[in-house]
Design a protein around this ligand. Structure first.
Ligand SMILES: C[S@@+](CC[C@H](N)C(=O)[O-])C[C@H]1O[C@@H](n2cnc3c(N)ncnc32)[C@H](O)[C@@H]1O
Length: 209
């Protein structure tokens, strides 16, 4: 199976903290200020659910569909319950094989980077269909920079996940180009780890205007 994060699940968060300090979780928190009371959120590839803890801390009522392929990751995410402010439906499925539930907000954090170009295009189109008119898409992920060290680190990460998770992708894609192709407008963004990580909010194009 491609993109199999079961083996790495028990150590994924610790490993991330070891290499990036708090940058992985801080970057995921950066765009949560755009959420509104009552939003329905679709999280794809939510991993061990660290983001759920942060969503619960927003102190607004949110309903969440949490789609994740790895049963081990889902188990870790479920173990974070109970929550005070959020209601979560856990969906252990391949996001490529389902029609994801409709949502006002989509969150893809370090998720798009697991796909090769053909499936990236496919998954983004699927997500696009689930997102309500004038919905927003919060996306945090790695990006290439001018730093030889950081681009080397990205290559090493892809090699590591290729070995331990049978990662589908061989290289990091330019997600900004993909969002632009879909007509999305970047309305907010923040860099982390010397611009190697970018946390963005994209606005869905309103085609009825
Ligand atoms: C790099 S991890 C990121 C996890 C989490 N978002 C985070 O930032 O900590 C990618 C996650 O996407 C999940 N994943 C990969 N392919 C998937 C697919 N086709 N459908 C649903 N989840 C998938 C993996 O199981 C893994 O938990």
């Amino acid at each position: 199976m491609r993109n199999n994060f079961n083996f790495i699940a028990p150590v994924y968060d610790k490993l991330g903290r070891l290499i990036f300090g708090n940058n992985l979780i801080d970057s995921q928190k950066a765009m949560l200020k755009h959420l509104k009371e009552g939003n329905h959120i679709l999280i794809l590839g939510g991993g061990s659910g660290e983001i759920l803890k942060e969503l619960d801390k927003q102190k607004i009522h949110l309903t969440i569909s949490f789609v994740e392929l790895s049963p081990k990751m889902i188990r870790l995410a479920k173990a974070r319950q109970p929550f005070k402010n959020i209601e979560v439906t856990f969906i252990c499925q391949n996001a490529l094989a389902i029609n994801p539930p409709n949502a006002d907000v989509v969150i893809t954090n370090y998720f798009l980077d697991v796909f090769a170009l053909a499936n990236l295009t496919l998954i983004m189109k699927k997500i696009e269909n689930s997102l309500s008119t004038s919905g927003i898409w919060l996306c945090t992920d790695f990006r290439k920079t001018n730093s030889i060290f950081k681009n080397g680190l990205i290559k090493l990460m892809y090699l590591f996940f290729k070995i331990f998770s049978q990662l589908e992708a061989n290289v990091l894609q330019d997600f900004e180009v993909q969002f632009e192709t879909l007509g999305y407008k970047k309305i907010d963004s923040k860099f982390y780890f010397g611009k190697m990580i970018e946390s963005c909010t994209y606005q869905k194009p309103n085609l009825t205007k």
